[in-house]
Design a protein around this ligand. Structure first.
Ligand SMILES: [Fe+2]
Length: 206
């Protein structure tokens, strides 16, 4: 049971405690090798497989490197509820130096979706552009940039997902993912239907 949200009279005064890393996101040109490395060699279980929606439901709200619409996005559990996540590379990301990992964004963990809305209100009161609250179906998130251009996400998980109960949405998982997930694929595979709303409907109330 989460603690009730402390509300501030002025949204600018809202104080939020982050709860560590939700995920850090990188780019990969070879997701199969990435699965083999993290899931098999480093023992970080593959816990989320996504095929991101087309078009990107928040494209254009905040400048982002590359077009993530339609890319695969896989998450590996690195402990304490945090994940290392990878986007499959496409041409819009530009060239990747194979010797240097390329970071895309970092996501910090917050306990409740209400806190996301309160933080969004606070940041906007300070003149910072923030995306709508996006519903990824396993978490809800907002995105914005820090003064250095770092692309930040704040996320609140909305379902439990872990090694024994992954969240599997990619309709065409890669060969290494099929091997890594085994029977879990048939047990936990979710299929988003046409018309699924990635923009959290509660945005209308704010
Ligand atoms: Fe993310």
């Amino acid at each position: 049971m989460s603690a009730p949200l402390e509300t501030a009279t002025n949204p600018k005064d809202f104080k939020l405690k982050t709860r560590g890393l939700h995920h850090a996101a990188y780019l990969t040109k070879d997701m199969d090798k990435t699965i083999d490395f993290y899931h098999n060699l480093l023992n970080m279980p593959l816990v989320v497989t996504l095929a991101l929606p087309e078009p990107d439901p928040f494209a254009g709200e905040i400048p982002v490197r590359g077009d993530v619409a339609g890319t695969r996005h896989y998450f590996f559990d690195c402990g304490q509820g945090a994940s290392l996540a990878f986007f499959s590379w496409n041409e819009s990301f530009g060239d990747i130096d194979p010797d240097l990992g390329v970071m895309h964004h970092i996501s910090l963990n917050v306990e409740t979706v209400d806190e996301l809305y309160a933080l969004k209100e606070k940041l906007e009161a300070h003149g910072i552009s923030v995306t709508k609250v996006i519903d990824h179906f396993f978490c809800k998130s907002i995105y914005f940039r820090d003064p250095n251009g770092l692309y930040l996400e704040y996320s609140s998980s909305t379902i439990e997902y872990h090694e024994d109960k992954p969240f599997l949405e990619d309709p065409e998982p890669l060969d290494e993912a099929v091997k890594a997930l085994g029977d879990k694929l048939s047990d936990y595979k979710t299929q988003f239907r046409e018309g699924h709303n990635f923009v959290d409907p509660d945005n209308k109330k704010h």
